[in-house]
Design a binder for this molecule. Structure first.
Ligand code: F6R
Length: 624
């Protein structure tokens, strides 16, 4: 058994429903027993769906919170409770304002107290939890450092509520919310690991592929003070609720054959043989029976009798995935959906170039404006250009001069994290639109092929977005009806259920469900951060050195995202560097399997018309 804690793997909606249901059970059980439920709550992007479900249950099923007591895990320090970054505000905006909880029953650590009072406040917080009778159910997310609450690496099992310095990785992760890493507070106040471990039940939720590495460590690694979540293995009622993307690295998903019998299907066979080839550093066609037997793959070998036919099958299956220009679509109607104005060239620039040459009728639909990812100094540069333009051509246009002055005035007095004015947002949008056009022109495409959908869910001016609404779907559907595509390309990365890429996919799926015409084939590219595994990819597209250079040039056209993109995640490399490594890396892996050697490669997953997009979920009963 490689998993040291109970794990449930289901889609996020189901996680949200399950946990909300458990919370309502606890509330009612407690009430029947004459006491009141005490809930430990978390913030961040993960619990939002759970809070939405609780609000729904309150409205539609009369779930009553009038006697419920809550304690939140943490708060930044220092932090004004009214700030848009405050967890006090987050809790009001995501839950408390919509249910009948009493203000006096709500507890969130305070970030607005004097430094010398912090210790006393923390002790009082602990005392309040005890007085309330302890926490019945503690909800947790997990940070990329493995933190629970803000218990960063080094937090002891006995630690209690206290002030803590935030890890660099955590601060980088929060950079998007704070419009830049420099604005993220250095410290926070958090419940300790010891405090959390005293909760009678614990539900840790993790979603998205960006959590898969730390989830593996927390579930299968040894208890380790460097990863606070590993302590949960010692709790008798802790459950990890994972969506398939967050669970993807677990042994039962990655290499289930090392755990016991598996139900072999074609994809699993290919995965196993690729794994064996990489493990033994032998090409697929050179694998022998001993290799299979020594690596828990006897049952696979038995299906084919000997290594030769199995190797041959898998080799042929892999070869047939490789599709150069002549085997790619031609003469078709194509919509390339790009969540931000650069995903098209970053993730499928090689493909876009080839299908344009193949004379397909292509529209590139940029779904969001991407305007929050443009630095203010970029706007200043363009405003300065406008001023010079007016002067050099003697335009004498007062209106233009007025806008220039207004924008500069706002930027001069803008405070950290302040929302942009409409003028500035429009300029940021235009900067990205011009870059997107320039990007596709690199491939010889025409500017008329670019469509900017500006989906309203994104237009909050903030990092947090609204849910996908009717208007988003209507706009998307209108384009589909106009262009009647045979093929749509979409970003199929599964990071963060509330992330822009995932929401853009949701808008397309909803629009296609309403589309009365013939359903198009869907080609999924993976997004800027990761590539499809060779086993799961349906199509591998070879790129020559010149083609990769051309794709890199197209990425360069997105100048506002260069040098120090505001949200580079944990990766300090620029997009073009990541792309080159990713595309050359795929080609290298293909070569090492004993397939032809190419300079670089892109990978795609293809869903036939009407097929579901999501990957198959491994049932929880498969736990070894
Ligand atoms: C939030 C908290 C943190 C988050 C974790 C994951 O109150 O204590 O531990 O749960 O950082 O954050 P998200 O859910 O935004 O990925």
């Amino acid at each position: 058994m490689t998993e040291h804690v109970k794990v449930v793997i289901v889609e996020y909606d189901e996680i949200a429903r399950t946990i909300a249901r458990r919370i309502s059970e606890i509330i009612n059980e407690r009430r029947r027993a004459g006491s009141r439920a005490v809930l430990g709550l978390a913030t961040g992007s993960t619990p939002i769906g759970i809070y939405r479900e609780l609000i729904r249950m309150h409205k539609e099923e009369k779930l009553d919170f009038s006697d419920v007591v809550t304690f939140n895990l943490d708060e930044y320090y220092p932090m004004d409770p009214e700030s848009i970054h405050s967890y006090h505000r987050y809790m009001r905006e995501n839950l408390f304002d919509f249910i009948n909880i009493k203000p006096e029953n709500i507890h969130v650590p305070r970030g607005d107290i004097a430094r010398e009072r912090v210790d006393a406040e923390c002790a009082a917080y602990e005392a309040a939890i005890k007085n309330a009778g302890g926490i019945d159910l503690q909800l947790l997310g997990i940070g990329k450092t493995g933190h629970i609450g803000f218990n960063e690496p080094g937090s002891g099992m006995e630690s209690r509520t206290r002030r803590i310095a935030l890890d660099t990785v955590t601060r980088r992760d929060a950079a998007a919310d704070f419009f830049g890493e420099d604005n993220v507070p250095q410290e926070a106040i958090t419940m300790g690991v010891g405090t959390i471990m005293e909760a009678r039940e614990i539900a840790l939720v993790a979603t998205g592929e960006h959590k898969s590495a730390i989830v593996l460590r927390a579930v299968e690694g040894e208890p380790d003070p460097d990863v606070a979540a590993t302590y949960l293995q010692k709790h008798s009622h802790a459950v990890f609720y994972l969506d398939p993307a967050a669970a993807a690295n677990l042994t039962r998903i990655q290499t289930p054959w090392v755990l016991g019998e598996v139900h072999w299907n074609r994809e699993m066979e290919i995965r196993a043989v690729i794994w064996l080839s990489e493990r033994t550093r032998k090409s697929v066609l050179k694998l022998d029976s001993l290799d299979y037997r020594e690596h828990h793959l006897s049952s696979l070998l038995a299906r084919y009798g000997s290594a030769g036919p199995l190797n041959g099958e898998v080799f042929n299956a892999l070869i047939s995935k490789i599709r150069g220009k002549s085997k790619l679509p031609s003469g078709k109607r194509v919509i390339v959906f790009s969540p931000h104005p650069d995903d098209d060239v970053i993730s499928m620039g090689g493909m876009l170039n080839k299908i344009h040459q193949n004379k397909n009728d292509i529209v590139v639909a940029y779904q969001t404006s991407g305007n929050i990812a443009v630095f203010d100094h970029e706007v200043r540069r363009y405003v300065d250009f406008l001023r010079r333009f007016n002067r050099d051509f003697d335009l004498g246009d007062d209106k233009a001069r007025g806008i220039v002055a207004k924008v500069e005035g706002f930027l001069d007095s803008k405070s950290v994290g302040e929302m942009d004015t409409d003028d500035v947002l429009i300029m940021k949008q235009s900067i990205r639109e011009a870059e997107a056009v320039s990007g596709i022109e690199t491939f010889g495409m025409d500017r008329s092929q670019a469509r900017f959908l500006n989906l309203p869910f994104y237009q909050t001016g903030k990092v947090r977005k609204d849910p996908i609404g009717e208007e988003d779907i209507r706009i998307t559907l209108k384009l589909i009806e106009e262009h009647q595509p045979d093929i749509v390309f979409v970003a199929g990365d599964l990071s963060d259920p509330h992330g822009t890429h995932r929401m853009c996919l949701e808008a397309i799926q909803a629009a296609l469900a309403l589309y009365k015409g013939e359903q198009p084939e869907m080609w999924l590219y993976r997004g800027a951060w990761q590539e499809w595994e060779i086993a799961e990819a349906d199509v591998l597209v070879p790129l020559s050195e010149d083609e990769l250079r051309c794709k890199t040039l197209a990425i360069f056209k997105h100048q506002s995202q260069k040098d120090r993109a505001p949200f580079p995640g944990q990766d300090d490399r620029e997009f073009w560097q990541r792309v080159q490594e990713r595309n050359r890396g795929t080609a290298k892996r293909v070569d090492q399997l004993g397939l032809p050697e190419y300079f670089a490669m892109e990978a795609y997953v293809v869903r036939k018309a009407g097929e579901p997009v999501e990957r198959e979920i491994v049932p929880t009963s498969a736990i070894g």
